[in-house]
Design a protein around this ligand. Structure first.
Ligand code: 5RP
Length: 219
């Protein structure tokens, strides 16, 4: 079974967690499958809050009403993918560059259901380069501070986020203390968001694997 089939399995399984109301929706190839499944039950939900322009367009294409988070209030559920998850369900996200809005919608939701293929579960976060969204004028300053934290930041050239900012992908981090690292990166002037979701990690991780769907809860 290939990775896309595993993503699809996880996405379909996440539908069981949707119980009407307004659904927070993440971004990425796994979430694209989820959006397609969500469309099959769109009559049962009031609408969705989106974490990116790409997901908004896909949902609108299916006729799913997309709402403003300010009008929606607190959400029952947020469904999103991840680039890596550890066993406590601290995540690296932002491979698709939507990390800031994803973190906002995750923070505004009571339950975060993360969907991924089985390869995303790791013992220690950091093999996947950690995305950091940065105000453009602060790019070099932030990069120098990230080097002091032990990383190797690489500017994601030719990419601008939905918020008009740039991304530094930080290689060579071995993130032993995710919450501490999230706080340290957030404290650098010019950082908008780090793709480390440790303070607000997932509540449940649904993995598509060659042996079927596996559900992981924080250790
Ligand atoms: C986008 C993200 C995605 O959730 C993450 O990159 C996983 O993507 P995919 O489902 O395509 O593997 O954080 O900013």
């Amino acid at each position: 079974m290939n990775a896309d089939e595993m993503k699809k399995m996880a996405a379909e399984a996440a539908l069981e967690y949707v119980d009407g109301g307004i659904v927070g929706v993440g971004t990425g190839s796994t979430v694209n499958h989820f959006i397609d499944y969500l469309a099959t039950i769109k009559h049962k939900i009031d609408g969705a809050v989106s974490s990116s322009e790409v997901s908004t367009e896909r949902m609108k294409g299916h006729g799913i009403p997309v709402m403003d988070l300010n009008a929606a209030g607190e959400l029952d559920i947020y469904v999103d993918g991840a680039d890596e998850s550890d066993h406590n369900l601290a995540l690296i996200k932002g491979g698709g560059g939507a990390l800031t809005r994803e973190k906002i919608v995750a923070g505004a939701s009571r339950k975060f259901v993360c969907i991924a293929d089985g390869t995303k579960l790791v013992d220690i976060l950091g093999k996947f380069p950690l995305p950091v969204e940065v105000i453009p004028m602060a790019r070099s300053h932030v990069a120098r501070q990230l080097v002091k934290l032990g990383g190797t930041p690489v500017w994601r050239e030719d990419f601008i986020t939905d918020n008009g900012n740039v991304i530094l992908d930080v290689h060579n981090l071995e993130i032993m203390k995710p919450i501490e690292m999230e706080n340290r990166i957030n404290a650098i002037a010019g950082v908008v968001t780090t793709g480390l979701f440790a303070m607000r990690g997932a509540d449940v991780l649904i993995l598509g694997t060659g042996d079927g769907v596996k559900t992981v809860l924080p250790k």
